[in-house]
Design a protein around this ligand. Structure first.
Ligand SMILES: Cc1cc2nc3c(=O)[nH]c(=O)nc-3n(C[C@H](O)[C@H](O)[C@H](O)COP(=O)(O)OP(=O)(O)OC[C@H]3O[C@@H](n4cnc5c(N)ncnc54)[C@H](O)[C@@H]3O)c2cc1C
Length: 343
């Protein structure tokens, strides 16, 4: 292993959160380096399914106010955002080293040691920007699999799914979008745990996000009364169960899959050939070998991204400081906050 030079600040992850922070640090003349395992900027967006349309309009899909071309009220697709992030990086001259971090530890002098397959970096401060939607989660409810199964993070388009019926497990925003698309080519059952409240993308000609910001709901802090209430009631934005219910069978919560049959909580069972898990993501912090960052339930201990370990921060977490923290338009505020803490 070759040792590299010491840095003041290392950011791990160069998606929108890492880039937003780079921008904030650069404005404060704080030296840093950013490490990202992807071969290109914007890859997390580019790898998502082909028909993905953002639920945030273009005017609410921008970093640090950097202009995203196109109708501001229109909804961009994933490649547009990937191109936008690549342009943001170039225009603001934000360097990214293409390396995967495999371990983060501290030495006896409390310096951070950042290990990649070929190098070890040292840093006084580290920010983790590896994404809230990085590690696909599949519930442990299977004994014997259906013919074909895939997590939504690997789903691209209907041509990938073999003939036969499809069970989509999880009726959140992604589940409903994929169900709408697949219902044109396959017989689809959408398994739903708790129906989510639907919110349209535009209300009385105004963007939902404009209304949320104007009425300060979008600004509600994660630890405020409104923030806690909103957290428990994440809505379906845009696509509604009604958009799919004519072509898609809405099933109850999935209990188990056994011998090619899906069993639902309401006692109904159904033979299934294909399964798509739209069951979300979980964080994996096993590569961070530093005491005191997690509680007894494996949850991150932090306040607005500042951890209990001096010099260690996160950015891009779901509800890091408010609802918009893990969204493109919200991460810049958090980046400015973390940059100030680093300074
Ligand atoms: C299906 C879907 C739809 C969404 N729609 C919207 C929307 O409409 N509007 C909106 O604002 N937001 C949306 N989001 C949420 C959010 O904007 C995206 O998830 C966004 O990609 C988060 O950016 P990020 O930088 O935090 O994480 P990511 O984009 O995941 O970037 C993290 C980066 O860290 C790198 N990395 C991870 N681990 C390591 C490691 N160990 N070493 C080095 N590098 C590493 C990865 O290569 C990646 O480049 C959506 C998310 C999903 C999943």
């Amino acid at each position: 292993m070759s040792y590299s030079m010491a840095y003041d600040v290392i950011i791990i992850g160069g998606g929108q959160a890492g880039l937003a922070l780079e921008f904030s640090l650069k404005q404060k003349n704080i030296p840093f380096v950013i490490l990202d395992e992807n071969e290109q900027t914007g890859m997390s967006w580019r790898k998502r399914y082909d028909s993905l349309r953002l639920f945030t309009p273009r005017s609410y899909s921008q970093l640090h106010g950097f202009y995203l071309k196109g109708d501001p009220k229109g909804f961009p697709d994933n490649n547009e955002i990937a191109d936008y992030l690549a342009a943001f990086k170039i225009q603001n001259e934000l360097p990214v080293h293409r390396e995967k971090v495999i371990k983060l530890t501290q030495n006896e002098r409390k310096q951070f040691l950042v290990t990649t397959p070929n190098k070890m970096y040292t840093a006084k401060q580290v920010v983790i920007a590896t994404g809230a939607f990085h590690n696909p989660f599949v519930p442990n409810v299977q004994e014997g699999t259906a013919g074909f199964e895939i997590h939504a993070s690997k789903y691209q388009n209907p041509s990938q799914i073999p003939n036969g019926n499809v069970l989509i497990v999880g009726a959140g925003n992604t589940g409903v979008q994929i169900a709408a698309e697949l219902s044109k080519t396959h017989q689809v059952t959408l398994s739903q745990s708790n129906p989510m409240k639907h919110v349209p993308q535009n209300i009385a000609g105004r963007s939902l996000f404009w209304l949320l910001e104007t009425f300060l709901i979008g600004r509600a802090k994660a630890d405020s009364f409104i923030g806690k209430m909103l957290r428990e009631r994440e809505p379906l934005i845009g696509n509604d169960y009604k958009t799919v219910q004519n072509n898609v069978e809405i099933g109850d919560r999935l209990k188990e899959i056994k011998d090619d049959n899906a069993y639902f909580n309401n006692g109904i069972s159904k033979q299934v050939q294909n399964v798509i898990w739209t069951t979300g993501y979980r964080n994996d912090y096993s590569w961070i070998q530093i005491d005191g960052i997690l509680n007894g339930h494996g949850e991150l201990l932090h306040h607005f991204g500042v951890t209990n370990v001096a010099g260690l921060y996160f950015i891009g977490l779901s509800w890091q400081s408010r609802r918009s923290s893990a969204l493109i338009y919200g991460v810049s505020d958090d980046a400015n906050y973390i940059a100030k803490k680093i300074q």
